[in-house]
Design a binder for this molecule. Structure first.
Ligand SMILES: Cc1cc2nc3c(=O)[nH]c(=O)nc-3n(C[C@H](O)[C@H](O)[C@H](O)COP(=O)(O)OP(=O)(O)OC[C@H]3O[C@@H](n4cnc5c(N)ncnc54)[C@H](O)[C@@H]3O)c2cc1C
Length: 461
């Protein structure tokens, strides 16, 4: 196909085309992480599938580096690129709940908050993340870890169908029966295989959850971490809670005397009835001497939006991550040392349990390989001031370097920055070779390479 002229693209799309110099350019090029400062040549703000097809064809025929943007939350800034094309889906926010089939169809520009809002009205939810402004698309394509992982699995474990615009501009639907190789690959393999214009998810009866934080002084980390891992891996699946290290923010939600102190925390979420949730978590919440225990019933979307006000777009973020099977006494000691050295402010560490329902799916059943890991660890340096960029980066890298030897080897791709091909392969393990074959079939020229990239098999060989 010869190069498509820009005028032809303009006449083919109903959404906006934004270029450098346009009044909308500066805001349209921003992504969530303020550390990312990329300047695309063209941003196509798609409003429907036809726009996506035109944009994909334009990028390919003009040999433009092409990035796909869902919610724009990716830590490494993989929803944008320098000098290339951004296919921005953030205006594609259609959602349709089918209460009879217990399913929801979500367009590629929806955030977790959009989806939870729509499904909560029907008394249902599907697993997503823990911050409502994150894009459903990118989160799901990497796997999707969150509060509902223990009871209902990863986001991909609830994915029933996707609509995809492929690199050659064709539109296909993939599910267990149609294009099953593609359906396997998009469940964990990221945005490597095409632009997903809509996702169909299974829904579960989730309305009110028993949720909130328990905080301990950071020095009680050894006792809390030991008790936590023993507790959570044996807990019934309707109980979940991720472990965190953080500095208590100076907001009215927390008592003034705790503001600014570093804590070891568990952020709870149980889908059980409140009395059962309280009974099941009581002993763990009483370990050591907690300084705050603020757990109670709340609507599920309220939990999902709990941290939104603290984390507006535009902050500086630097990420590192690993999967872990357990935390030995040595590893716990290193966590404590590095958590104590956490820069003041918003930086934090989250340790998400990824067992329960997520363990009932085999390592080769989807592209997400680390089904035998128990925890996804993410270390994030966060600061509003670009002057502190180096401080949060150095802390994050130092923490990671100290803990990586105790890890399971790879990381959750959605918690990684641009860390090189070896890291990508380590994160897919034995699934990488199969992903490379699927990539060669659906995107042989590696048009979609602004991602944790799977190289098409022919190139890899
Ligand atoms: C504050 C915050 C909280 C987070 N919490 C969680 C959490 O609880 N659980 C969790 O699992 N992750 C979490 N993440 C990580 C998150 O999953 C990744 O950042 C993910 O990439 C975000 O998806 P997005 O659509 O917003 O990103 P974008 O930056 O828009 O896209 C990221 C990548 O996804 C791909 N992509 C996006 N949309 C499409 C599409 N429609 N079709 C094909 N490819 C596409 C592209 O390859 C792109 O490179 C969090 C991130 C942040 C910043």
């Amino acid at each position: 196909m010869s190069a498509m002229p820009l005028e032809q693209l303009r006449s083919s799309v109903r959404g906006a085309i934004v270029q450098p110099g346009d009044p909308a350019y500066e805001s349209a090029r921003q992504v969530y992480n303020g550390m990312i400062d990329k300047r695309p040549a063209l941003i196509v703000r798609c409003v429907d599938v036809a726009d996506v097809i035109a944009a994909v064809n334009y990028g390919r025929t003009n040999n433009l580096l092409t990035a796909i943007r869902g919610g724009g939350h990716n830590g490494g800034g993989l929803g944008t690129c320098d000098d290339g094309l951004v296919i921005d889906l953030s205006l594609m926010k259609g959602i349709r709940v089918d209460p009879t089939a217990c399913a929801v169809r979500v367009q590629g520009g929806c955030t977790g908050g959009d989806m939870d809002h729509a499904t909560h009205a029907f008394g249902m939810a599907t697993p997503g993340g823990t911050v409502s402004t994150t894009g459903v698309a990118g989160l799901t394509l990497g796997g999707g870890i969150g509060h509902l992982t223990r009871p209902y699995g990863l986001a991909i474990d609830n994915l029933l169908e996707v609509d995809v615009v492929l690199a050659d501009g064709r539109f296909v639907t993939a599910d267990e029966k149609r294009n099953p190789d593609l359906f396997w690959a998009v469940r964990g393999g990221g945005g490597n295989f095409g632009v997903i214009t809509s996702f169909l998810f299974r829904l579960h009866p989730v309305t009110t959850v028993t949720a909130g934080p328990t905080f301990w002084p950071i020095d009680q980390t050894p006792e809390v971490m030991k008790a936590y891992q023993e507790f959570i891996l044996k807990a019934p699946e309707d109980v979940s809670g991720f472990l965190a290290f953080l500095t208590v923010p100076p907001v009215p939600l927390f008592p003034a005397e705790l503001h600014g102190s570093k804590v070891c925390a568990v952020i709870w979420c149980s889908t059980a009835a409140p009395e059962r949730a309280d009974r099941l978590t009581k002993a763990m919440r009483a370990v050591g001497t907690p300084v705050l225990d603020h757990v109670g019933p709340m609507p599920f979307p309220a939990l999902q939006g709990l941290f939104d006000p603290l984390l507006p777009p535009g902050l500086q973020w630097y990420w590192r991550a690993d999967f872990a099977k357990e935390f030995t006494a040595d590893a716990v000691a290193k966590h404590l040392a590095h958590a104590r050295a956490m820069p003041a402010g918003l930086s934090q560490v989250h340790i998400y349990p990824i067992d329960g329902a997520a363990h009932r799916v085999g390592t080769g059943d989807t592209a997400f390989s680390f089904r035998d890991a128990n925890f996804a660890v993410v270390i994030v340096g966060i600061d509003p001031d670009p002057a502190n960029k180096q401080v949060i980066t150095d802390w994050c890298k130092g923490y990671f370097d100290a803990l990586h030897p105790y890890s399971a080897g790879g990381a959750y791709v959605n918690f990684m920055m641009d860390e090189g091909q070896e890291r990508v392969e380590a994160s897919f393990r034995e699934n990488y070779a199969r992903l490379a074959v699927v990539k060669a079939r659906y995107d042989p020229a590696n048009v979609f390479r602004v991602n944790q990239n799977i190289r098409p098999a022919a190139i890899a060989v």
